[in-house]
Design a protein around this ligand. Structure first.
Ligand code: GCO
Length: 493
């Protein structure tokens, strides 16, 4: 044993509704922007959708049996808004509520804490039909939805997470159009970012309004770790510009109750920010109990000569864009002078670099900026090309009359995912030693699942999903994680 985590440290796994549930037509659910986006040609690499995904809508009892075998303390999941409120202004859909009540109760019965994300990108299509996140009304509707969930779920939820990665919802959804609803308009992207900030505040207010101040509230951000290519003033300025648009745009209102004035000046050619109304920033700035950080990789930037600005248009797909699709504009506004260097070292199947030090750095930096704030790593993981090996020695996880939660006789040997996980768990330990109050870690993901614009072509699971049979198959990384969780310490390699 090389390291023990603090007593009571929470080990979990994470998923999101549209990525795992399937059952998109069931129990009164209406389409989300992802159903619409997937149905339009050219958006999703393998032309797939979340129609079936991992079928967790039906298989949650088996998946919870799997989680119990893994020994995890918590499951981070999200709720599909259009299952709960299928029509604009419409009544609450009790069948949708009942589904999640069954899931939450099953988790509790198995001693697994539910960490519930209210919004993980699957906006009801009826709200996009009225303009989506660039419209203020969407934030107001989100507040109502949050209140509905708080009333319905009550104390079954351990931690309420208002939003997952508003960066992606705003910039990939409205900036470069890589994600639903596929809009390419930087002014809309910034309006969306603001209304997501507002929605976060309204969501916390709604949850606490229903459940009292003791309700544990959070938000999950994918804070970018951007390094300057050199310490020249230009390259440092490029990093500053990236940080403003990636991180400060969300941390400022949500955690500090302000927008940095430099954000407005840097983006004045994009928008006048007139969508920010008096009191919005105060609303966004609700006390939170814990900040969720999603971490995968880092970026290095340098200042781009203004004369070569046209190069932006031909810069190739951003990291999350499927190669070969027609997506070439920068998702993030006001990056004309910021050039991201190609990643180096052994890249994951996403083309992302591996930089565990970045996880330590961001957690320690947050702890220094916000000493009072509790932190949790709400996602961390990696995609690789996995292969199944037949091995009669491998034991499955029986699930009573329902067959197997994990099938016997098959396994994926995924040394690269194990190494990534091990290196990042060590980086997490270093952050805790460096003074960061991190209380939990959630591996992305429990299962291989629908990886957005990349469809089913990228596998992030610590457990494999055979999409033809819906079998769950062990990977070595799951067995590594099981040992980590059971000892609350880093297993010997
Ligand atoms: C994310 C998402 C996940 C992705 C994962 C891998 O928050 O970006 O929460 O849905 O699948 O990050 O790209």
């Amino acid at each position: 044993m090389t390291y023990r985590f603090p007593d009571g440290f929470t080990w979990g796994t994470a998923t999101a509704s549209y990525q795992v549930e399937g059952a998109i037509h069931e129990d009164g659910r209406t389409p989300s922007i992802w159903d619409t986006f997937c149905a339009e040609p050219g958006h999703v690499f393998d032309h797939s959708s979340g129609e079936f995904a991992c079928d967790q809508y039906h298989r949650y009892p088996q998946d919870i049996a799997l989680m119990k075998t893994l020994g995890i303390d918590a499951y981070r999941m999200s709720v599909s808004w259009s299952r709960i409120i299928p029509e604009l202004g419409g009544p609450v859909n009790q069948a949708g509520v009942d589904h999640y009540l069954r899931v939450l109760d099953a988790l509790r019965d198995n001693g697994i804490k539910p960490v519930v994300t209210l919004y993980h990108w699957d906006l009801p299509q009826y709200l996009q039909d009225r303009g989506g996140w660039p419209e203020r009304d969407t934030a107001l509707r989100y507040g109502e939805y949050a209140g509905v969930l708080a009333r319905a779920f009550g104390d079954r939820v351990d931690t309420w997470t208002t939003l997952n990665e508003p960066w992606c919802a705003a910039y990939l959804g409205y900036g470069c159009g890589d994600h639903a609803p596929g809009i390419k308009d930087h002014a809309q992207a910034l309006a969306a970012a603001h209304h997501l900030n507002l929605a976060h505040g309204l969501g916390v207010q709604a949850v606490r309004g229903e459940l009292g101040d003791a309700a544990r509230c959070s938000v999950t951000l994918n804070l970018s770790v951007t390094r300057a290519a050199s310490d020249s003033p230009q390259d440092v300025a490029a990093k500053r510009r990236a940080d403003l648009l990636n991180n400060e745009v969300f941390l400022g209102p949500m955690v500090e109750g302000r927008y940095d004035p430099e954000l407005f000046s840097a983006t004045e050619h994009v928008t006048d920010w007139s969508f920010v109304r008096d009191g919005d920033v105060e609303t966004a700035h609700q006390p939170i109990d814990v900040l969720g950080v999603n971490y995968y990789s880092t970026n290095t930037v340098r200042w781009r000569d203004e004369n070569s600005v046209e190069a932006v248009a031909d810069d190739g797909p951003v990291a999350t864009s499927p190669a070969g699709l027609d997506v070439h504009n920068d998702p993030i506004p006001a990056q004309e002078s910021v050039e991201t260097l190609p990643p180096t070292g052994e890249l994951t199947a996403m083309g992302w670099n591996q930089d565990p030090q970045g996880l330590t750095d961001i957690l320690v930096e947050l702890a220094q900026r916000y000493p009072e704030l509790e932190l949790m790593v709400t996602e961390n993981g990696s995609a690789w090309e996995d292969e199944v090996t037949l091995d009669p020695q491998v034991e499955g996880v029986p699930a009573g009359d329902d067959g197997f939660a994990v099938v016997p006789g098959k396994i994926v040997h995924d040394p690269q995912r194990v190494a990534y996980l091990d290196a990042h768990v060590k980086a997490l330990a270093a952050a805790i030693d460096g003074g960061a109050n991190v209380t939990g870690y959630y591996a992305w993901s429990l299962l291989d699942n629908f990886e957005w614009a990349l469809g089913y072509t990228k596998r992030f699971g610590i457990v494999r999903v055979d999409y033809d049979t819906q079998e769950r198959i062990w990977k070595d990384s799951a067995l590594y994680y099981q040992r980590l969780v059971s000892t609350n310490g880093i297993p010997e390699a």
